[in-house]
Design a protein around this ligand. Structure first.
Ligand code: GLC
Length: 736
């Protein structure tokens, strides 16, 4: 406190001098940020302060002749606008009004959802997680940041780091899966990719950890609904990726739509202030999610919008997204003494601090570039590399890689697709830049050996695959599959491309079923009857129920929503030019009845057959977290432990170079707070050449890797017996 009081006193002193001298400190790029913040803050009226902590949006209106219409609801003094244009021309016009047309000239912070690319589309974040390669994902997100920067977007509402254990929830596609450690590594990698060491540098943008907090635990995977989790689960599962992102330097967070144990995340003093701002010393600001302050009324947490504003800002929400609730109510709340000026000042202080740190005052405008001019084959090559590393080979009876002289029947509604593969939250990417699986395979296997048939469409006959109402028609149709069957008969092997339709995952895309559409399963059944090997390529933004196809498919390649270069990535893997290395970031269930099912669960009090499903459903999932095949085979040595240093050597026993990810799990068989049966604590992905052996080392930290948090977030270590495992190897040891 003494330091901050000293800074405040010094700031006021400097500001007073500057006021006298007439050169505002806040306009002095050389002055310390905190002094600039205090100088500007003390110059602002209450109205200006309230506008500064409000966010509006620029709709599709980018006609230069009526650009001022965009300010009908939001004056140029508004702190932030969600910016929908893909070039900076409109933004520069609006920014000029703010910087040169207002009393204090505070630049507007333009934000946007660039979740897995901006113009160049990379695989969805869940697919990026499957690569287990945060460094590669970081390179992709640096490109995303550069394209946002060029378009005048200063701030992306990403990374989304909600832990998700329920594939019925459409937003699993936006995050990094079910594991807190995996999500934490991607959180920090992506934050640093966006912000760099200094977010004011060219090509850098602000990151936004979202949705704070617990959104992924929405009951039954239904979006926008209630979350009831214990403080213990909050701390050991849902908070860690946010903590990692804050420690990586994230300057903003976004609140969540859900109530958390009865208190909306958008008005939750414990999470917004006690944890984030006091325990973690977070210096940035928190923006609400779209309309979530207003929605406190729907959630029965506020009697009216005025009370919603009061509760939200007093809990620690700093900026109000797009529902005008702060703008319409805070002045009256201050007059009534229900919200203090000090509270508003603290929110404004945080927003101004981030704007100064982002360099926005010195660099409010961007050069105008044509969106199409920013793409390049180099960027697409990286998109393909990340897609290749994210695809997961779930089954292979030896049919893959396909032999070079095969006649291949390429069948299914995803085979020619260039649009669905871009996934949800696709930003400004254009499908014209996509290369389909068909185009790529025809290049990979030239000479007319690809025989194509659509087989069926994605959602059923006559339904365009962008279901506007979110109702997925799974009922079977009396399709005439005869063309597909005839095509298959002429081939040596069938490659069947199935999956979800456009926008079947993402926000507001909850499914009660995670099945493939019945017509696709019916097509698979028809083709399986021909006695040929069927390779199934599955495109989806979530884990699907693969039990109808798993036993009869010769191979299954899960490609997620792979972005602009998913096609070439698939072709490279099917031909063997690229050795698959993806691993599952989420557990795949034996059907919806097992959901939720995840690997890091706590133990039961009894062992099987106690507690088994009486209907014969297995207790184990179809595919475990971390599962994924390679064309190579790897043999693990025994694990050795020297103090806290664990080692394992992995030999590539095949004749093909391949990348292997060693996942290090720790188990604590006895602890004051029962731990999950195992927890991922470290992973490393390396290329191992054919026949070679590579050593993997895990340097453990007692508290970080063998200890855990309690319901108040206090970390501690409790000595005793532990088990460390990697691959099929495990080692029991004791540590005190
Ligand atoms: C949406 C989403 C959030 C997004 C925001 C702005 O409702 O929940 O993730 O960043 O609004 O588009």
């Amino acid at each position: 406190m003494r330091r901050s009081r000293f800074i405040l006193t010094l700031s006021v002193l400097v500001c007073s001098v500057s006021l006298y001298a007439g050169t505002p400190v806040y306009k002095d790029a050389g002055a310390p940020v905190e002094q600039r913040v205090e100088d500007l803050l003390q110059r602002m009226t209450l109205r200006e302060k309230i506008l500064q902590i409000s966010q509006g949006f620029i709709g599709t209106n980018d006609n230069p002749n009526n650009v001022m219409d965009n300010f009908k609801n939001f004056p140029p003094e508004t702190g932030s606008l969600i910016y929908y244009s893909n070039t900076s021309e409109l933004g520069n016009m609006l920014q000029k009004e703010a910087v040169e047309g207002t009393r204090l000239g505070i630049p507007i912070l333009f934000g946007y959802d660039a979740i897995h690319g901006f113009i160049t589309e990379f695989p969805i974040p869940l697919a990026q997680a499957a690569s287990f390669n945060p460094e590669l994902a970081a390179r992709a997100n640096e490109i995303c940041a550069g394209e946002c920067y060029d378009a005048g977007v200063h701030w992306t509402f990403s990374p989304m780091v909600d832990i998700a254990r329920d594939p019925r929830w459409g937003r699993v596609m936006e995050g990094y899966g079910e594991d807190p450690y995996l999500a934490s590594r991607f959180a920090e990698a992506v934050v640093k990719a966006y912000q760099g060491d200094d977010p004011s540098q060219p090509g850098r943008i602000l990151s936004c950890l979202k949705h704070y907090v617990g959104y992924g635990a929405s009951e039954a995977g239904r979006d926008y609904t209630a979350v009831d989790i214990s403080r213990q689960t909050l701390w050991d599962t849902y908070l860690p990726p946010f903590k990692a992102g804050v420690e990586a330097g994230a300057l903003t967070l976004m609140g969540a739509f859900n109530t958390l144990n009865g208190i909306p995340a958008s008005a939750n003093h414990y999470t917004l202030t006690d944890v984030l701002k006091e325990k973690w010393n977070f210096e940035g600001f928190v923006v609400s999610d779209w309309g979530s302050v207003e929605q406190l009324v729907n959630q029965r947490a506020a009697a009216d919008l005025k009370e919603a504003a009061e509760k939200s800002i007093n809990a620690g929400m700093d900026m109000d997204m797009c529902d005008n609730v702060f703008i319409d109510n805070l002045e009256e709340l201050v007059q009534e003494g229900k919200v203090s000026v000090a509270t508003i000042d603290e929110a404004v202080r945080r927003v101004l601090r981030v704007k100064f740190r982002s360099g926005l005052f010195e660099n409010p405008y961007r050069d105008v570039k044509d969106a199409d001019s920013v793409v390049s084959e180099q960027k697409f090559a990286l998109a393909q590399e990340l897609a290749q590393e994210s695809m997961v080979l779930l089954k292979n009876d030896g049919v893959l890689p396909l032999s070079a002289d095969s006649d291949i029947a390429l069948i299914g509604p995803i085979a020619e697709d260039k649009d669905i593969v871009l996934g949800g939250w696709r930003s400004h990417s254009d499908s014209k830049h996509s290369v389909s699986i068909r185009e790529a395979l025809e290049g990979e296997f030239p000479g007319g050996r690809i025989l194509y048939s659509e087989g069926c469409d994605v959602a059923g006959s006559g339904t365009d695959n962008e279901n506007p109402y979110g109702h997925i028609r799974d009922e079977a149709h009396d399709y005439d599959y005869s063309h597909a069957v005839r095509t298959a008969r002429k081939s040596d092997v069938v490659v069947l491309c199935l999956g979800e339709g456009k926008f079947w995952t993402g926000e507001n895309k909850t499914r009660a079923s995670i099945s493939l559409p019945d017509d696709q399963i019916a097509l698979f059944d028809k083709l399986c009857k021909l006695g040929k090997k069927v390779v199934v390529v599955v495109e989806a933004g979530r884990p699907l129920d693969l039990t109808p196809i798993e036993s009869r498919a010769s191979a299954i390649l899960y490609i997620w929503s792979p972005g602009h270069r998913g096609g070439p990535a698939v072709a490279g893997i099917l031909s063997g030019r690229y050795n698959p290395s993806g691993r599952l970031p989420m557990t795949f269930p034996y059907g919806i009845g097992q959901v939720p099912i995840y690997y890091n669960h706590r133990a039961s009090c009894r062992y099987s057959p106690w507690g088994d499903y009486i209907d014969g459903t297995p207790m184990a999932p179809l595919y475990d977290f971390g599962y994924g095949l390679s064309y190579s085979t790897f043999k693990y040595s025994e694990i050795t432990l020297d103090g806290l240093t664990a080692k394992v050597s992995v030999t590539n026993t095949s004749d093909r170079d391949g990348k292997e990810t060693v996942l290090w799990f720790v188990s604590d068989p006895s602890c004051s707070i029962a731990r999950p049966v195992k927890e991922l604590k470290y992973f490393e992905k390396k290329l191992i050449k054919a026949g070679e052996t590579v050593e993997f080392v895990f340097n453990m930290d007692k508290v970080r890797d063998l200890g855990y948090v309690d319901p108040e977030g206090n970390e501690f270590f409790e000595g005793g017996a532990f088990i460390i495992s990697a691959g099929d190897e495990s080692l029991n040891f004791e540590m005190y």
